[in-house]
Write a protein of this length. Structure first.
Length: 134
C-alpha cells in the first residue's frame, strides 16, 4: 500500500544503525582488542547515525501516518496500522534517550576524572625562588 511504503522503507533503513551498535558493543566489551582504540569515534558515529536515521524522519512519518488515505483498509487493518505503526518510533525515542543519557554519564565521568587528575597535579609545596645567602 502507498500509505505504508514510507514506514517499510524506514524500518529497513533503521537496520543500518545496527552495524554501529554491534561495532560499539564489540569495542566496549573488549571482545575485539583493536576496536577498543576507536571505541569513542565508533560511539560518536553510531549516535549521529542513530539520530539521523531513526529520530529525524519521525515527525514526517507521523504526519504521513495521520494524513494518509486509508479508504482501501478494513476497520481492523486501519486500527492495527494506527496503533502498531507508532511502536518503532516510541521505542527508537526511548533508545535514543538511553543512548544520550549514557553519553552524558560517560562524558561527566571523564570530566570528573580529568578534574581529579588536574587537582592531584597541582603543586602543594612552596615553589618560590630560592634565597641565596651571600
Amino acid at each position: 500500500s502507498d500509505v505504508l511504503a514510507p514506514f517499510i522503507t524506514y524500518c529497513l533503513a533503521t537496520e543500518v544503525t545496527n552495524i554501529g551498535q554491534n561495532l560499539f558493543m564489540l569495542a566496549n566489551r573488549g571482545k575485539v582488542p583493536f576496536l577498543q582504540v576507536v571505541e569513542l569515534p565508533i560511539g560518536i558515529v553510531w549516535m549521529i547515525a542513530f539520530f539521523v536515521v531513526r529520530i529525524l524522519p519521525s515527525p514526517y512519518l507521523f504526519y504521513h501516518l495521520v494524513n494518509g488515505n486509508y479508504d482501501a483498509y478494513t476497520a481492523y487493518q486501519f486500527w492495527c496500522v494506527f496503533f502498531l505503526t507508532p511502536l518503532p518510533f516510541i521505542l527508537n525515542s526511548y533508545w535514543f534517550y538511553l543512548l544520550f543519557t549514557g553519553v552524558i554519564k560517560f562524558l561527566t565521568k571523564k570530566l570528573v576524572h580529568l578534574t581529579v587528575l588536574l587537582e592531584q597535579d597541582t603543586v602543594s609545596e612552596d615553589v618560590s625562588y630560592p634565597k641565596f645567602n651571600c
